[in-house]
Design a protein. Sequence first.
Length: 230
Amino acid sequence: MTESSPVEVHVWSDVACPWCFIGKRRFESGVRQFGGKVALEYHSYELAPDTPVDFEGSEVEFLAAHKGLPESQVTPVLGHLTELAAAEGLSYDFSAVRHTKTLLAHQAIHHAKAKGKQLELVERLFHAYFEEGRHLGHADELAVLAAEVGLDADDVRRVLADGTYAQAVKEDIDLAREIGIAGVPFYVIGRYGVSGAQSPDVFATALARAVEDAASGVPVVDEATDEPVR
């Protein structure tokens, strides 16, 4: 890495992960604080791969069943997440969320990457899922949303029907498992790993250290714990 080169950042994320959207905003604040160039790439991770495409029930009902908790405990957790999101300028509406399997959404994101529109589509899908109650498990809905960021809707429908990027999604998930990622968001910043929706300061520090240590051969470590990433 030269002084003018961007810091490479790879983030494993799921569009159905509320912490991932919050983490995205905190990371963006960290980048502004850092002040240097960043090259960001998103990778696929399914938090709940066994989720049906058309889950019949609310977000509270899904999480209660998925986590094995009473609904009375889940509701305040979502309320707290809504408050944290609001602090980042986001308007979460868990009452409108359409919980679904996110496999097709990840394939659409890979298609967007191939067309130079990955960051735009990731942002649009997060808004659609958490703020607008859109159904991200259906190819037609994904095509409409993709068209809003400049992608060809028919192309999106075609690649989703053909499973063009199914293998790419699998490879992302396999790599996450291989390097020990157990939850998202997870950022690999240069040689450093940052797990969770950390503060902007943590992200800015990791970015600065990545610049300083790019040629030093230090191992990839989790910035939040200082533990090596497997």
